[in-house]
Design a protein around this ligand. Structure first.
Ligand SMILES: [Mg+2]
Ligand SMILES: [Zn+2]
Length: 217
């Protein structure tokens, strides 16, 4: 019998080719946003405080946000076929995003893939500015804004064989807890340095082939 798989998938830089937050901040954020980001990477500032500070400086209207992301951010061309294949096989796919609900909705709507099950941070319009909410606080992890390790542990406990696909800093806890991780970019470098098993991938075709090769599909 095939194992009951569940695919947990990062959003920015994994489902998409560009990073929605980078596009928003480059166009509408404070000119110093990269300095804030450096403090987050070095640990001087928490991910939560960093995101709040970065987004708090953004003055774009919802319409401007929508047209920017629609114009600049594309879905990886191999993702729609992968999603279709997983659905045909009855395998759930959930997006775990360290970014924002609104960004997922805009980008996936344009690609004809909305709605999709997801967990993400929340972006709220408040008196002409943007406020960030973190609806999934973690009891186990202080490092993440939205820890991807928590839902993956939960799915594992429910008997799913959880496969994680990711590329960045907010994917580390996901990679630690998934039964199998496909990684690229910074996540792959980090996983190798940490001795955490991960399979290098470039496209979702590689992910599907990797699962077939293991007899999991
Ligand atoms: Mg990413
Ligand atoms: Zn975490």
């Amino acid at each position: 019998m095939k194992p009951q798989l569940l695919i947990a998938c990062d959003f920015d830089g994994t489902v998409t080719r560009q990073d929605t937050l980078v596009e928003i901040l480059d166009r509408y954020g404070d000119v110093c946003w990269r300095e804030v980001q450096e403090k987050v990477v070095s640990g001087e500032l928490s991910i939560r405080d960093g995101l709040q500070s970065e987004m708090g400086s953004v003055r774009a209207t919802p319409e401007e946000m929508k047209s920017l992301l629609t114009e600049k951010v594309e879905v990886d061309p191999t993702f729609p076929g992968f999603l279709r294949s997983m659905r045909q096989r009855g395998i759930p796919l959930v997006c775990l995003s360290g970014g924002f609900d609104l960004c997922l909705e805009i980008v996936l709507s344009k690609a004809g893939l909305w709605p999709l099950p997801y967990l993400a941070n929340r972006l709220i319009r408040n008196n002409g500015s943007w406020r960030v909410e973190f609806p999934y606080p973690s009891l186990n992890c202080q490092a993440c804004g939205h820890c991807k390790g928590d839902p993956i542990r939960g799915w594992n406990e429910q008997g799913y064989l959880t496969v994680f696909v990711g590329n960045g800093v907010t994917d580390r806890c996901g990679a630690r807890h998934a039964k199998l991780t496909f990684a690229k970019d910074e996540l792959h470098t980090w996983a190798q340095a940490q001795g955490i098993a991960s399979v290098r991938y470039e496209t979702f075709d590689d992910v599907e082939e990797g699962l077939i090769r293991r007899g999991w599909l």
